[in-house]
Each structure stands twice: as structure tokens, then as C-alpha cells.
Design a protein. Structure first.
Length: 336
């Protein structure tokens, strides 16, 4: 869920930032929010897509570079990162967390968040953020918006630029660390781009052999981890054991420039292709089920809405800039 830029498919260019409408607090009653997961244990779901080639609808354009959408069930709103162009001698990209409340309200939720990928914690109290401003994984309280550090470094060495993350019911968080937002800061990872996990404050290595790991998703049962490797044009699959460790890596699917991703209650994967401007949909077995189109340079996707069946997509817009898109699907998302 979140990602990128500076090399070719991570470049933000010279786009202007969007004007964001400031709004007051969102209440669950006003937004039709729900607090329970839309997934039913043991349920059987039908085909996720209404047609093999779905076209999404633009909600609003005019943003600079959108990433990391995640749905907050408590408030019935979508959080997402709006990244700006590199600035300062270190070439770091400023970023803010926006909040979208359907049907049309956008506000700045956290200015200067430094974030890319986002994920709501299992207890719904914080939003986890892959924060490239200080090269860490952070958490922001959803009530007072205070910031804490979840993962500071690995063996005393700074990460490159944490990009995307996913978290399990037990609090284990997995995140990717390509170098897209490292800017001009020193490489302390010895040229490696890696996947890490953090559990109870301890950071462990999952894989340091993937070129530019990007999107990362857990299966609904928490037993499988998927990681998109943008540099390899492939999605990798790992077994997740009870203690959060991983093993048995295999190639799940091949696709062009995999970016961010999400998953539904049936375990179908929705993976954004940055270069294609599409979301590719795969069954848990790896079979291709269809595509969802969304502008150009699609970065990420997340399920939301009162029933969890609205898929939100962050993607470029013809003529420049980025927009938020949406489409209705047949199977609710998990997590969403």
C-alpha cells in the first residue's frame, strides 16, 4: 500500500501542488463509517470484477503525486500521501497526509508528514507511515496526530527510504526499502534495497536481494506475504510463519513495474503497474482475472467505503498531475 520516485518511474517532474479544501472533523455518523471488518470468515465469494476490463472514475485531479491510500473505518474516510518535488540540498520530497471524506471533501490531515505508504493499525488508533523524510517507519495517532518511531534503522544503519508497508493482526509490520526517496543522502545499506519486518520494536531482514522492492501485502489469513519488485518486473510470494518470520520465496506473477497493491477478502490481489496505468487483478493461485484502468502512472490502490467494495486508486492524469480514482467491485477488501 504506498510508494516512490526519482528514477524513471519515480520521478515527480515539475507539477504544481493541489489546493486542498480544509474541513472540520469527520464523524462516523456523517460519513456512514463502519468499524467492523467487511470480511466474513469462511465465506465464499464470486468473481471480484464486474467485467474483465474495468474503467475507474476520476474523483479529483490537481494533486502533485499521490501515494499510499488506506481506509479509516472509524471515520469513513481515506488517508493518502501527497508528495511534492525534491527540495533542499538533500533532495528530499516533502509530503503531507490528506484525508478524503466521500463524496467530495479533501483536507490536510497531517502537514509535513514525510510519508509515502500508509496503513491503519489493527486496533484502528494509529496510521503507520513509511516516512522517507527521516528514513524511518513512523506512526501517527489518529486522535492527536502525534508522531512516534516504529522502526529507526537496521543494525544501526539508516534505511534508504521506506516506501510501502502492511501490518498484521498481531502488529507485525512488513515494509519495503527501495532508494527512490533517498535523494542525496548517504547510502548506509551498501547498495542493497530490502524488505524488512518490525515486531515489538525489533527490526529483522526479510530479503535483501530484490531490486527496488515496492508494494507489500499480507493475505487475509496472514500466512502469505506478497512483495512487488519494480526492478525485476515481478511479484514475489513468501510463507509467513506463526512468529512473523518468512520463508519459501517463490515468484507469484510477472508484470511491468509493480508498484502499490491491496487485497480483497477472497485473497485476490490488485497490483498497480506504474508504467501501464493499470491495476492487474490476480487470483490467489496467480491466475490473471482482469485489469482496472486509471489514468497514467498508477501508484497504489486501497479498498474502502461503508461495505468495503469501493476500490480507490492513486494515478496520474492526462495533461499532468495526479488524481484520486474509484470503482465499485464485487468483493470487499481486506484490510481496507
Amino acid at each position: 500500500m504506498g510508494h516512490r520516485r526519482t528514477p524513471r518511474h519515480r520521478r515527480t517532474g515539475t507539477l504544481t501542488a493541489a489546493a486542498i479544501v480544509m474541513a472540520g472533523a469527520v464523524t462516523p455518523a456523517a460519513s456512514g463509517a463502519v468499524t467492523a471488518s467487511p470480511c466474513t470468515p469462511g465465506a465464499t465469494y464470486g468473481p471480484p470484477l464486474p467485467t474483465q476490463a474495468v474503467t475507474s472514475q476520476l474523483i479529483r485531479s490537481g494533486f502533485n503525486f499521490l501515494e499510499g491510500p488506506t481506509w479509516d473505518r472509524r471515520t469513513g474516510s481515506l488517508l493518502l500521501s501527497n508528495m511534492q518535488n525534491p527540495a533542499g540540498p538533500q533532495g528530499v520530497q516533502p509530503s503531507a497526509i490528506l484525508r478524503y471524506t466521500p463524496p467530495a471533501t479533501f483536507e490536510t490531515f497531517i502537514a509535513d508528514s514525510g510519508s509515502n505508504g500508509l496503513a491503519i493499525t489493527a486496533d484502528g488508533t494509529r496510521v503507520l507511515a513509511a516516512t522517507h523524510d527521516n528514513r524511518t517507519v513512523s506512526a501517527y495517532s489518529l486522535t492527536d496526530r502525534s508522531r512516534t518511531t516504529v522502526a529507526a534503522d537496521y543494525l544501526g544503519r539508516a534505511f534508504n527510504s521506506p516506501n510501502d508497508l502492511t501490518t498484521g493482526q498481531d502488529g507485525t509490520t512488513y515494509f519495503t526499502d527501495p532508494n527512490y526517496q533517498r535523494g542525496n543522502r548517504a547510502d548506509e545499506q551498501g547498495g542493497r534495497t530490502s524488505v524488512f519486518r518490525v515486531r515489538d520494536g525489533v527490526v529483522s531482514l526479510v530479503d535483501d536481494t530484490l531490486p527496488q522492492p515496492n508494494g507489500v501485502v499480507l493475505s487475509p489469513d496472514g500466512k502469505t506475504l506478497y512483495v512487488g519488485s519494480t526492478g525485476a518486473n515481478a511479484i514475489m510470494k513468501y510463507t509467513v510463519f506463526a512468529d512473523g518470520t518468512t520463508g519459501n520465496r517463490t515468484t507469484f506473477a510477472s508484470m511491468r513495474t509493480p508498484d502499490g497493491a491491496t487485497i480483497d477478502c477472497a485473497g485476490n490481489l490488485y497490483w498497480a503497474s506504474y508504467d501501464e496505468g493499470l491495476v492487474h487483478v490476480f487470483s490467489p493461485s496467480g491466475a490473471q482475472l482482469g485489469t482496472i484502468s486509471a489514468g497514467r502512472n498508477t501508484t497504489n490502490a486501497a479498498f474502502g467505503g461503508p461495505d468495503g467494495q469501493t476500490l480507490y486508486l492513486t494515478s496520474g492524469v492526462s495533461g499532468g498531475g495526479f488524481g484520486l480514482y474509484q470503482t465499485r467491485l464485487n468483493v470487499p477488501g481486506n484490510p481496507y
